[in-house]
Design a protein around this ligand. Structure first.
Ligand SMILES: [Mg+2]
Length: 388
């Protein structure tokens, strides 16, 4: 079997909403694979879409054609290394390059599964260790009473874990424009009131995860973790920006809550110091950002040797969730998989069969490959206006 073509779409189904990047790889045997390479906001998806399109249209025969077109799509690791190394001179060790690579990698695994006539989780590693995939979802922060009502509804739907960023109402401005990481006493009080209201509503047996989005400086992160510690929180996520493991170490050594990092760490090599230096209790790589199924599986195995659980991050589309779920089916040290249930309707519109979530658990399709196809009609009818 040989790869014959790569197709790319950047689609924006909701006004002022997220843009999603989807890919399709075609082969000379009529089997095609689909993948997703959605980036974070700020136009990242358009950039990654154009990188993929560059690969497709590049006339640098000795580069792209040697790397993808004409290759055997089942030799996934060989293609991974070729594409990863191609851009190392441009800082390709993480970020846009590994996001581009993730989309291709997932499509190759889809082809590999279809060629074998089996779901990806049956052919990855040693096969499945789980029957389905436990998920967690989000409570919108802001008003404590409304947050408690949302938490009640989520738990009523069978979820055992929920996540929120109770600092977000004030810290939203810092999220992409970080200058300093302080929060006002009023902002900190609102966070405490929000988590207190949620804990009161859901009782002691539901995991509450706190996302800080890397917004704090070290003293603020330590102070906020100490304020929320009495509510028995499941993890305190990205307390500081991901650039400094020394800042993370300072927080880790000063707080009594479990830490989680990883959505902005790329490839197995970024996770080595986190594990070796015991800087976090949980890892949450993003399968679209860190290098796809191939790379996430390796990160999970690395973490397993430290008995550290992994929990796929999600801020993207349906193929992110499915690729993460197939991978986690084979991973003993899997914790839970993130999703935003408020986006479920729009996510389902982009695939040909809706995600099957029962009592907070995703039941994977038992069809070959990922088990779904893209809804091309919908995707093409909602192309991002910057994707020409
Ligand atoms: Mg996060």
């Amino acid at each position: 079997m040989k790869i014959t073509d790569l197709k790319v779409w950047v689609t924006a189904p909701e006004k002022n909403g997220r843009s999603f990047v989807f890919v399709q790889i075609d082969t000379d045997e009529g089997i095609h694979g689909i993948g997703e390479a959605t980036s974070s906001g700020g136009g990242g998806s358009i950039i990654v879409g154009n990188m993929l399109r560059f690969l497709k249209d590049s006339t640098l025969e000795q580069d792209f054609r040697e790397s993808l077109i004409g290759e055997n799509p089942e030799h996934v690791d060989r293609i991974w290394h070729k594409l990863y190394r191609r851009f190392t001179g441009g800082g390709g060790f993480g970020g846009f390059v590994t996001t581009m690579l993730s989309g291709i990698d997932i499509a190759l695994w889809d082809i590999k599964g279809k060629a074998a006539g089996k779901p990806i989780y049956e052919i990855l590693g040693g096969g499945p260790v789980w029957d389905d995939i436990e998920m967690y979802t989000h409570v919108a922060p802001g008003d404590p009473e409304r947050a408690a009502r949302q938490a009640h509804e989520i738990v009523s739907n069978g979820f055992k874990t929920l996540k929120t960023d109770p600092f977000m109402p004030e810290m939203r401005q810092h999220h992409r424009r970080y200058k300093q990481g302080k929060i006002s006493p009023e902002g900190a009080s609102l966070a405490v009131d929000t988590i207190a209201a949620i804990r009161q509503e859901v009782g002691p047996n539901i995991d509450i995860l706190i996302d800080c989005h890397g917004n704090f400086d070290v003293p603020t992160a330590i102070a906020m973790a100490r304020l929320l510690e009495p509510f028995n929180i499941g993890w305190f996520e990205e307390p500081v920006q991901p650039n400094s493991n020394e800042a993370l170490r300072h927080v880790k050594e000063s707080v009594g809550v479990p830490l989680c990092v990883g959505e902005r760490l790329y490839t197995r090599w970024d996770f080595v110091p986190i594990l070796k230096d015991r800087l976090a209790e949980y890892l949450m790589p993003d399968i679209l950002w860190t290098g796809g199924i191939t790379e996430f599986y390796k990160i999970a195995a690395l973490a397993e040797s430290f008995y550290v659980p992994v929990s796929p991050h999600d801020a993207s589309g349906p193929i992110n969730i499915l690729a993460g779920a197939h991978t986690m089916m084979t991973v003993p040290n899997f914790y839970k998989l993130e999703m935003n249930h408020a986006s479920l309707d729009v996510l389902n519109k982009m695939i040909d069969e809706p995600l099957k979530i029962v009592e907070g658990r995703l039941q994977l399709p038992n069809k070959p490959g990922l088990g779904v196809d893209l809804n091309r009609d919908f995707i093409e009818a909602h192309l991002d206006q910057d994707w020409k």
